[in-house]
Design a protein around this ligand. Structure first.
Ligand code: GDP
Length: 196
C-alpha cells in the first residue's frame, strides 16, 4: 500500500473564487464540516502536527478553500466551515457561492471526508453537505469526531443515528474519531490511502 509522509506537508494556497481551484492529477482529499466540529484538529491529527491547519480561528472568518500538498502525493483541501449562527447574511452568501462553484466543478474531489460531531444528531446543514457529496458522486468517509466525549453505551446508537440521518449508503464508512486523543487516526488514514 502507498504511504504518505505526513512530515512533508506544505500549504499551497487559499482559493477565494472558482478560478483559484486546483485541477490536478494528484488525488485530492476534501475535508468539510460545520464550524467548530474540529475539522482543523482532525487535519492536524492526521498530519501529526499541532498547528498546521489552524485551530480555533473565529468561525466564519475564513471563507476560503485551503490547499495543502502532502508528500507531493495528495492534496488535502480544507473547505470553509458552515453552520455558524453569527455570520452575516453576506458571508453566508459568499460561502454558498464558493461551495456551489466547488461542487459544480467536476473532478475536483477524489475522496470526501465529512466531519460530524459524534455526540449529536447531524444538523440540517450536515444533511445538505452529505447530499452535495452524494451529488458529486465521489467516495465519502464520515468522521464522527469528539468521541472522547461519548460514554461507551452511546457509541453504537450515535453512529447509527449519523448513518440514518445522513442517508449514507452501506459503502460509506463512519470512522469514530477523537482529534484530541488520536482515536481513529489510523483508520481514517487507511481510508485515505486507498485513494492515494
Ligand atoms: P474547526 O472550526 O472545525 O476547524 O474546529 P477546531 O479544530 O478549531 O476545534 C474546535 C474546538 O473543538 C477546539 O476547542 C478544539 O480543541 C475542540 N476539539 C476538536 N476536536 C476535538 C475532539 O476530538 N475532542 C474534544 N473534546 N474537543 C475537540
Amino acid at each position: 500500500m502507498t504511504s504518505l509522509n505526513t512530515n512533508k506537508a506544505e500549504f499551497i494556497k487559499s482559493a477565494a473564487a472558482a478560478s483559484d481551484f486546483i485541477r490536478s492529477e494528484i488525488p485530492t482529499i476534501v475535508f468539510s464540516g460545520k464550524s467548530n466540529v474540529g475539522k482543523s484538529s482532525v487535519i492536524n491529527r492526521l498530519l501529526c502536527r499541532k498547528n498546521f491547519a489552524r485551530v480555533g480561528q473565529s468561525p466564519g472568518k475564513t471563507i476560503h478553500v485551503n490547499y495543502f500538498l502532502i508528500d507531493e502525493k495528495a492534496y488535502f483541501v480544507d473547505l470553509p466551515g458552515y453552520g455558524y449562527a453569527k455570520v452575516s447574511r453576506s458571508e453566508k452568501e459568499r460561502w454558498g457561492k464558493l461551495m456551489e462553484s466547488f461542487f459544480a466543478a467536476e473532478g475536483l474531489i477524489t475522496l470526501g471526508v465529512m466531519i460530524v460531531d459524534s455526540r449529536h444528531k447531524p444538523t440540517a446543514d450536515d444533511v445538505t453537505m452529505a447530499q452535495w457529496f452524494a451529488a458529486a458522486e465521489c467516495p465519502l468517509v464520515i468522521v464522527a469526531n469528539k468521541a472522547d466525549k461519548l460514554k461507551k453505551s452511546e457509541i453504537e446508537p450515535n453512529l447509527a443515528l449519523i448513518r440514518t440521518t445522513l442517508s449514507l449508503p452501506d459503502e460509506v464508512p463512519v470512522v469514530l474519531f477523537s482529534a484530541e486523543k488520536g482515536t481513529g487516526r489510523d483508520a481514517l488514514m487507511t481510508e485515505i490511502l486507498k485513494y492515494v
